[in-house]
Design a binder for this molecule. Structure first.
Ligand SMILES: *[C@@H]1O[C@H](CO)[C@@H](O)[C@H](O)[C@H]1NC(C)=O
Ligand SMILES: *[C@@H]1O[C@H](CO)[C@@H](O)[C@H](O)[C@H]1NC(C)=O
Ligand SMILES: *[C@@H]1O[C@H](CO)[C@@H](O)[C@H](O)[C@H]1NC(C)=O
Ligand SMILES: *[C@@H]1O[C@H](CO)[C@@H](O)[C@H](O)[C@H]1NC(C)=O
Ligand SMILES: *[C@@H]1O[C@H](CO)[C@@H](O)[C@H](O)[C@H]1NC(C)=O
Ligand SMILES: *[C@@H]1O[C@H](CO)[C@@H](O)[C@H](O)[C@H]1NC(C)=O
Ligand SMILES: CC(=O)N[C@H]1CO[C@H](CO)[C@@H](O)[C@@H]1O
Ligand SMILES: [Ca+2]
Ligand SMILES: [Ca+2]
Length: 591
């Protein structure tokens, strides 16, 4: 072979390799943009003030406009709504509030036509107490006797009265506890009464036993030691896959299985005098048991088989778990078994207005040091329906900086509805522990579409939660017309995910990130020798000076409203540069 031919051949090989790298090495969920819809609050199609599936269908073009890969819907299944749909009464039926199965099919078909994937929330830990399975279990009907976690009462030796089997308390007490700590700096008045009120055990008079519920009493925990339960829940997955659902987001993974001793009893959580049982570090037996990962391995085997049989893209498992990083790593694999692809990264949910670029760097390192190093997996999730929104938590001035950082970091970014326009929490006052409202309501107010009645969310006389009063100036329609709005920045960032530089994230030197000063966070995305993007975001309220970041001269391609520069301006990064307070920009270089 002549030198010339050999060279051509080598180049062809190189090209072939890079094509293979681009098309087969990165699966869709690895570098996606997920958009999280809270269905009650996204779009109401029939004027009853509650969002629904036809509403979502009517707004799918907007998701296309944003450029997202997939949307994840919080639960839409039949439910008495004690926990707003996270208490499922029938896992294979659409709640009439949201519409019908036909509405669901129509939504899915339109999404697929637009090239959008639909991810459903799968809530395996518990059902509603109004679920037929629970009713059958109460009556000890054949096959349902052990569907839930039932235990005999203990007898209090002093009073002779019946009492709960152990000291386990519901997850929601954690919020009350934290709230008390934050507001009063004192937890002494979390007395025994409250503890019993928030016990994880509730008495069932008919069956004459206590049942376990890690969340509300209306959310009895399913018993995953029972193979019938495991098979039943796999059938639920199959039901939705057969309808064409693309992936699942798995709810509340740390709480699937609870510790049981060999004699069949459940041990008390260790007690620490300063912390009520079940709080702080002492959720030893009611969270993160090794059996949890085993369930994900089972589901993975099922989902992979399903793909082998039916073709199509990977039916990924995206996992919700506020758990230590080592546990999240086990969800992916323990060395011999594989489980869920993408445990969600909630490190950014913990950022506050006092957080600096350095804090962001540590939050990112905490994830990357383990999850990237071991699995080359990353995702960034700064808000959801359980946490105060970014604009409220970190300040409206920092929304654009965070949008740029989250979408620029390697991996998948998750956008909670409304974050793409920087919606703040609604001014709803609901104290923790209240029984008439939910303390998480502020982050669940209706989507702000335009300046019309109810922000274009509903034509009804009222909405299930009040529309944010600031909607006339803060909405999708207004931001479409403003060049440097949060909406335009979000769209711009999502579009960048399709560039060569962003696609090269799994190659050596494909990305780097760092706090280049206390307040300036930088992300660099590189296709070696071809193209580079650099995000510089100043989270602070001071001018920041930076020296010789690189020897390249780069061009401004995306800027927020705090930037004095123009699109197309050039900047020589071998010199000293400065960023204005809250300025956030994307720079580009190409060979
Ligand atoms: C769920 O609803 C479907 C359709 O209405 C029904 O066939 C099924 O029996 C229900 N399942 C349970 C567990 O209630
Ligand atoms: C024990 O049960 C009796 C009858 O239900 C009740 O009156 C009494 O208050 C209970 N005692 C305690 C200490 O809970
Ligand atoms: C079950 O085993 C534990 C630990 O060995 C022991 O403390 C407990 O008393 C036993 N309970 C019963 C009912 O046997
Ligand atoms: C991984 O988990 C599975 C299922 O629990 C178990 O059978 C297997 O032994 C585990 N492998 C390792 C290396 O611990
Ligand atoms: C809305 O309010 C108007 C005027 O009060 C009333 O006539 C109408 O019935 C209301 N519509 C609904 C859906 O409640
Ligand atoms: C810029 O830096 C790179 C790598 O550090 C180096 O290879 C290159 O020669 C430098 N170019 C100039 C113009 O200094
Ligand atoms: C973020 C999230 O999905 N949170 C849910 C976790 O599970 C509980 C119980 O199902 C819900 O109440 C939360 O909203
Ligand atoms: Ca409706
Ligand atoms: Ca459980």
């Amino acid at each position: 072979m002549s030198y010339h031919l050999l060279r051509l051949f080598t180049i062809a090989l190189l090209i072939a390799n890079s094509v293979i790298a681009a098309t087969t090495d990165v699966d869709w969920w690895e570098s996606a943009t997920l958009y999280h819809i809270y269905p009650r609050s996204f779009m109401d199609s029939n004027g009853d003030g509650v969002g629904d599936l036809n509403g979502v269908t009517s707004r799918l073009e907007f998701l296309k406009e944003l450029g997202v890969t997939a949307t994840w819907l919080s639960p839409i299944f039949e439910s008495p709504m004690a926990d707003m749909g996270y208490d499922v009464a029938n896992f294979t039926k659409i709640d009439p509030l949201f519409g019908t199965m036909e509405d669901f099919d129509a939504m899915l078909a339109k999404a697929h036509n637009l090239g959008l994937k639909i991810i459903l929330d799968f809530v395996p830990n518990h059902s509603s107490d109004e679920c037929e399975w629970f009713q059958k279990s109460v009556r000890r009907e054949d096959g349902y006797d052990d569907f839930y976690v039932w235990v005999d009462a203990k007898i209090d030796p002093e009073t002779g009265n019946r009492t709960v089997p152990n000291n386990w308390v519901s997850i929601f007490m954690i919020y009350i506890y934290l709230y008390e700590v934050v507001t009063t700096k004192c937890v002494r008045h979390i007395n025994l009464d409250i503890r019993l009120r928030w016990s994880a055990w509730s008495w069932n008079e008919e069956r004459h036993q206590y049942y376990l519920h890690q969340f509300l009493a209306k959310q009895p925990d399913l018993n995953y030691r029972n193979p019938n339960v495991r098979q039943t829940m796999i059938n639920v997955l199959k039901f939705w896959l057969d309808r064409g659902v693309d992936a699942f987001r798995i709810d509340a993974a740390p709480y699937f299985v609870e510790k049981m001793l060999e004699n069949g009893t459940y041990p008390d959580e260790p007690v620490d005098d300063s912390i009520p049982p079940g709080m702080g570090g002492s959720r030893k037996y009611t969270s993160n048991q090794p059996e949890n990962a085993a369930l994900m391995y089972e589901w993975r085997a099922f989902l992979d088989d399903y793909q082998r049989l039916h073709g199509g893209d990977t039916r990924a498992q995206i996992i919700e778990a506020y758990a230590p990083i080592a546990i999240l790593s086990e969800y992916i694999t323990n060395g011999t078994h594989v489980g869920g692809q993408l445990p969600m990264n909630f490190n950014f949910v913990r950022l506050r207005s006092s957080s600096t670029a350095k804090d962001i760097e540590s939050a990112a390192n905490n994830w990357m040091d383990v999850m990237w190093t071991r699995h080359k997996v990353a995702n960034w999730d700064a808000s959801n329906h359980d946490n105060s929104r970014l604009a409220t938590r970190m300040g409206a001035q920092r929304v654009d900086t965070m949008a740029m950082i989250m979408h620029a970091l390697p991996g998948t970014s998750v956008t909670y509805y409304g974050e793409e326009i920087g919606m703040p929490d609604g001014p709803i006052d609901c104290p923790h522990g209240s029984e008439t409202c939910d303390f998480r309501d502020p982050e669940r107010t209706p989507m702000q579409w335009d300046t019309s009645k109810n922000a274009g969310f509903s034509t009804g006389n009222s909405t299930w939660l009040p529309v944010n009063p600031g909607y006339k100036s803060l909405n999708v329609q207004v931001q479409r017309g403003v060049a440097r709005s949060t909406l335009q920045i979000t769209k711009g960032m999502i579009a960048l995910k399709k560039t060569a530089a962003f696609k090269a994230f799994k190659e050596d030197g494909g990305f780097s990130y760092a706090a280049v000063s206390e307040q300036v966070f930088q992300v660099v995305r590189t296709a070696a020798g071809r193209e580079e993007y650099r995000v510089l975001a100043n989270l602070g309220n001071q001018i920041e000076y930076l020296e010789r970041l690189t020897n390249k001269t780069m061009e401004y391609v995306l800027l927020n409203s705090y930037s004095p520069h123009k699109n197309g301006d050039k900047v020589d990064l071998s010199k000293r540069i400065h960023l204005m307070p809250y300025e956030a920009v994307v720079l580009r270089w190409s060979a």
